[in-house]
Design a protein around this ligand. Structure first.
Ligand code: CTP
Ligand code: MG
Length: 258
């Protein structure tokens, strides 16, 4: 495609890659984390619904546990919108399922490998953040459409953060080496949004382990921008997070009436 005919970020369709292939070791023994139920519905289904709720998102690629792709595909079909949509779509949002890898980074890359050519903007969203509000998704998409190569939703921190010299054995005292100024720090969430070519290049270039996709783009020397995140976009990581997620869903049932 020539540069003249390539759609601008403002025109191109948006796809979301949802890494869901982790075990959830910190949550404790049980099914893979993304398949555990919240209020009777698998966490992954909440996450897919949250992304499909955005009018911008027309394709969701779910990266399933390596041996769980068939199970995830039937879960998605079973939870498709009532009224009967063809297999592989929820109303106006299509979905694909691919098997994941050993690390989150590898799982995201496997999702990107399955991305059809017409999608010029990509969101990457943790299945473990099932309750992200649609307004947060839309804010990220709009910032990418406005020309940012990489966008993260971020929140100010409540706790003061210390840098320490990590102890050799867990639980041993650790010397504090620095206290970064809290007002300059942000906790970042997902979905993170990218110009597709930028994210693909980042995944081709950066080989060391990272904990989010935006940091790979930073390593390319490009600017990542933060937009306001949302407290309901928290990551379900430890058992207490399940309690919080159930409470958020109960509050939504009260306020939304369903
Ligand atoms: N993830 C993935 N592939 C992996 C590891 C993680 O797709 N090999 C996904 C998880 O399914 C999750 C997201 O990346 O949606 C964020 O990771 P995290 O919260 O760390 O989930 P887990 O790795 O499953 O949890 P833990 O680290 O406690 O095992
Ligand atoms: Mg993990």
């Amino acid at each position: 495609m020539s540069d003249e005919s390539r759609p601008t970020p403002a025109q191109t369709p948006v796809a979301a890659v949802i890494p869901a292939a982790g075990r959830g070791v910190r949550l404790g023994p049980g099914a893979p984390k993304a398949l555990r139920a919240l209020s009777g519905t698998p966490m992954l289904i909440h996450a897919v619904r949250a992304l499909a709720a955005s009018r911008h998102v027309s394709l969701v690629i779910v990266v399933a546990p390596p041996d769980g792709a068939a199970e995830v595909k039937s879960l998605l079909d079973a939870h498709a919108l009532p009224g009967g949509t063809p297999s592989g779509s929820w109303g106006r949002t299509d979905f694909l399922v691919v098997p994941g890898g050993e690390s989150r980074q590898e799982s995201v890359r496997l999702g990107l490998d399955a991305l059809p050519p017409q999608y010029g903007v990509v969101l990457v969203h943790d299945a473990a953040r099932p309750l992200v509000p649609v307004d947060t998704v839309d804010a990220v998409v709009e910032a990418v459409r406005d020309g940012a190569p990489a966008v993260v939703p971020a929140l100010p921190l409540a706790d003061t953060v210390k840098e320490v010299e990590p102890a050799a054995a867990a639980g041993d005292p650790e010397p504090v080496v620095a206290t970064p100024e809290r007002s300059r720090l942000r906790a970042v969430q997902t979905p993170q949004g990218f110009d597709r070519a930028t994210l693909v290049r980042a995944h081709e270039t950066v080989t060391e382990n990272v904990t989010d996709d935006a940091s790979m783009v930073e390593q390319l020397g490009l600017t990542v921008v933060a937009v306001p995140g949302h407290e309901e976009a928290f990551k379900v990581t430890r058992p207490l997070d399940l309690v919080l997620a159930e409470a958020v869903l109960a509050r939504r049932r009260l306020t939304d009436g369903f």
